[in-house]
Design a protein around this ligand. Structure first.
Ligand SMILES: C[S@@+](CC[C@H](N)C(=O)[O-])C[C@H]1O[C@@H](n2cnc3c(N)ncnc32)[C@H](O)[C@@H]1O
Length: 307
């Protein structure tokens, strides 16, 4: 499932137990949470590393970073929270004077704070402006893409970013509909896509909302998600200490695949030992308690010594 909507209010970090077990931060350790979000995983790591540890948190979204700041206000370690894209990890670390980490965690995608705010434009369940920028300073919104790209470009985007099998039909319908008026709201786009695929989102036939993949694909394009992930994957081996652990939590196959391939390649190159032959998924209990956990996949590697 690629839908992360439906998370209850109040933030629960996904796979918390599994993350702590496979990425056991030690007292005095250096932890980098490159997607600090609402600070859920970061707070757990803070307890493990204690007063002599260092916790670096990155997030592209200044609103989430402010929430993380509140949550981490009283923790013991040195904490540095920085508004930055994890693609720029190298320059961030230079800025804070850190060149090694024992633990790096990336928990990809959006979170409940994004989905709960209609004005951020991520949700097909609440009407709002068609925005989807995690970093509000980005120049291009989802509405820009929906109204500017050609039919072929839209179809390719829906197919490549979300494996939407009805990508051509959806793109064609969008281009028809936008001739009358620009598509500028999440509600209107959800309606156009539902009509294109001929599925009523309220019907029992619709296991997931028919616009789920279209929204995912647009969000990934607006935030340049896969190229940024590739840059992170390329940088982490340089900063992990020997024995250090790198974990990535992905929520759909398009973001899980580059992680899987990167880890495999670096295993072959003698850089990583893979600790999760198969990705770790949430227990039935966690999946019941937290809908977002249903699609989470955790992969973890350990840095090997240079030969
Ligand atoms: C799933 S949430 C993380 C939740 C967090 N682990 C917690 O426990 O609260 C993902 C966060 O990563 C941020 N994010 C997404 N892509 C990013 C990127 N390329 N660089 C930095 N932050 C990013 C989002 O703004 C969001 O706050």
């Amino acid at each position: 499932m690629s839908d992360q909507e439906g998370e209850p209010r109040g933030h629960i970090p996904v796979l918390a137990h599994e993350v702590c077990e496979l990425m056991p931060a030690k007292p005095g350790g250096v932890v980098i949470d490159v997607t600090v979000g609402l600070g859920g995983h970061a707070a757990l790591f803070a307890e493990l590393i204690g007063p002599t540890g260092t916790l670096i948190g990155l997030d592209v979204d200044p609103e989430n970073l402010a929430l993380a700041k509140q949550r981490l206000a009283d923790v013991a370690p040195r904490v540095e929270l920085i508004q930055a894209n994890f693609a720029d990890l190298a320059s961030v670390l230079e800025q804070v004077g850190i060149d090694r980490a024992d633990i790096v965690l990336a928990d990809l995608g959006v979170n409940s704070a994004h989905l709960d705010q209609p004005e951020r434009g991520f949700s097909f369940r609440h009407d709002g402006p068609l925005d989807m920028r995690m970093n509000p300073k980005l120049a291009t919104t989802a509405a820009d893409l929906v109204n500017r790209l050609t039919e072929k470009e839209l179809a390719d985007l829906f197919f490549h970013n979300a494996q939407e099998t009805k990508s051509r039909r959806i793109a064609k319908w969008i281009c028809e509909q936008r001739k009358d008026a620009r598509i500028t709201t999440t509600g209107r786009l959800a309606e156009v896509v539902s009509r294109a695929v001929g599925v009523n989102p309220e019907s029992r036939r619709a296991k997931i909302h028919p616009a789920t993949r279209t929204f995912q694909a647009l969000r990934m394009a607006v935030n340049d998600e896969i190229p940024c992930l590739d840059r992170l994957l390329a940088k982490v081996p340089d900063i992990l200490t020997v024995g250090g652990r790198f974990g990535v939590i992905a929520f759909h196959s398009v973001e899980d695949r580059p992680v899987k391939l990167d880890f495999r390649q670096r295993k072959t190159d003698g850089i990583y030992r893979i600790l999760t032959k198969k990705p770790i998924v949430a227990s039935a209990e966690e999946r019941d308690a937290n809908p977002r956990a249903r699609s989470a996949k955790l992969r973890v590697v350990e840095r090997l010594p240079a030969e």
